[in-house]
Design a protein. Sequence first.
Length: 373
Amino acid sequence: MSLIIFIFILSILILVHEWGHFITARKCGVKVEQFALGFGPKLFGWVHEGTEFCLCAIPLGGFVKMAGDERDKSLGGKDEYFTKSAGQRALIILMGPVVNLVLAYLCFWVVFMIGYVDMDLSSQKVVPVIGQVLEHSPAQEAGIKLGDRILSVNGQAIGHWPQLQEMITGSKGNRLDLVIERDHHDISIAVKPEETDQQDIFGRHHVTRRIGVGPMPINNAKDIVVTRYGFFESFIKAGEELWSITVKTYGALYEMAIGARSPKEAMGIIGMFFVIKFALTIGFAFVLHIVGIISASLAIFNLLPVIPLDGGHLFLIGLEKVRGKALSMKTDQFIAKAGFTLIIMLALFVFYSDFERIGLVDKMVKLFKGTGL
């Protein structure tokens, strides 16, 4: 079921993107010969107003085939892509990512109106009150009890539960010095954290530190707050969210480019599936928020100035406008081949990173070692 929902969400994002190209091309007088969802062998299709709409076997993308959209094959017809002005061609290319940004904005708008649990650690409303103590755990052995409120860890004040988690999992020493509040009295307790094996949302196992405590049940309304905004306030909040994601994404790409951040943090389609699968366990608002993030990310990635991405085509159109003429056919083809090679290499790297993230690479290495290959 998670896979079906993921394919449905991915198909919506692709359809929206390609529809942006399609409808703008139509408005600019360009004939659209084919509108395809997916790649590979065609499963079925139909023709409407001169355009063949079809569904292909591999649901990992889509495309819009316009008349005369290849320079060396353009015949100069009035309804061909390359006979249109640079401004019209740029608008056709730009509207794909723009529509994805609009979809992301609408998703955020709805999320802020229907209510969401703030996942930002700095503003999380789960208070650091102990609601569960595991048997035979370090916390139980140290004397921590239900209802205790954690005030500080190693001298650092604790304001919310995720901060407590970070302090414990990120600790290095053999001992944590806690100050807790119990019956209006402050008590100092020393706890020795233990290392355990845990599984993340990608199914991969990691060694992490814990003391064996849990927060108060979520059904306590005072412990967790679902934030909702009005119609017009959500309108503003959605714009702020979209802007924040855009700035953070481009910032992350820049840091990867200069080596300040590992490129392995980039997530591909396999990573997206596990994120959606995890989001489904949280609730509709969280899923919708993730859909908005992916839609925005799709637009941001497509605007990078690399052929065959939309940003690459926009860059060439801008260069044509500055020069007063298009690049030579030979140069154009060289740039296209170089860009396509770069994108293929990037795709393979992201797939590898996703496989490594879910532990498949380690399993393959162990398999080959086991067979002596």
